[in-house]
Design a protein around this ligand. Sequence first.
Ligand code: NAP
Length: 266
Amino acid sequence: MNNYFKDKVIWITGASAGIGEQLSIQLSQLGAKLILSARREEELKKVASKCVNSESILILPIDLAKIENTDSYIKTIQTKYNTIDILINNAGVSQKSMALQTDISIDRMFMEVNFMSGVMLTKAVLPIMHKNKSGHIVAVSSILGDFGLALHSTYSAAKHATNAFYESLREELNEEQIAVTVISPGFIKTDVALNAITHQGIPYNVNSPAQEKGMEARVCASKIIKAIASKKRKKYIGGMELLMVPIHHYTPRLFYWLMKKMSKKN
Ligand SMILES: NC(=O)c1ccc[n+]([C@@H]2O[C@H](COP(=O)([O-])OP(=O)(O)OC[C@H]3O[C@@H](n4cnc5c(N)ncnc54)[C@H](OP(=O)(O)O)[C@@H]3O)[C@@H](O)[C@H]2O)c1
């Protein structure tokens, strides 16, 4: 696995915290050359300082809810590294709001951050990968890309779209040496639930017991790295909650009964 990342130029979004922070640290230890993106520049610098060769890391702050053009990012990356080998579309923002109470501008923000921005970055790097005749696109989706959940309608919709886009893209790239990997985490111990946006457009700021008891972000990141190195098409990462995926698929009546039971409990 180690050689897969040595001297590779890897662009990680959502690198300022959680899973992205752990991916950055661990990939730097494997010899990767990093580009770290998220909104908070100070947090990105803190993450870089925990990485190997921190002084050579490119910090590229971006608000993924607002990108219209990717040319300047690609120019900055080309100037620094002259290429890009792996893109990890990891940034995401969760939801804690009823569909009916959620203003359409907030729905659009969920789609931009969790789906459209990844599509834009992918389209921006693919010409470079085509030219190199190699590359790897990674999308961090969710088990909510396999089924819906109350209070997560547009987040879940964005993750469903993520699964469909990258699966289709993989088929288009079949003849070339560009790999596509979709990661679907279950419950991972990060601030994702605290940062979830409510119908008022502000963070929920209450943690979820599911995330509190979830897999450590460090462990999740190391499993993601293994999945990338072995060019997995799709990888589910988490604990018992992953069982909800086959239960939903094969025994939907049991799935909806369980969901009802769980929503009453909460
Ligand atoms: N943790 C889980 O249980 C879980 C489960 C399933 C899927 N996931 C997925 O895993 C990925 C990583 O999430 P996490 O758990 O590590 O959550 P997190 O700790 O909240 O980290 C989210 C990352 O996304 C960045 N981000 C959010 N909004 C952004 C924006 N508008 N522009 C640019 N960057 C933005 C944040 O940085 P800034 O705030 O600095 O912008 C942060 O670096 C997400 O795609 C999430 O949907 C997580």
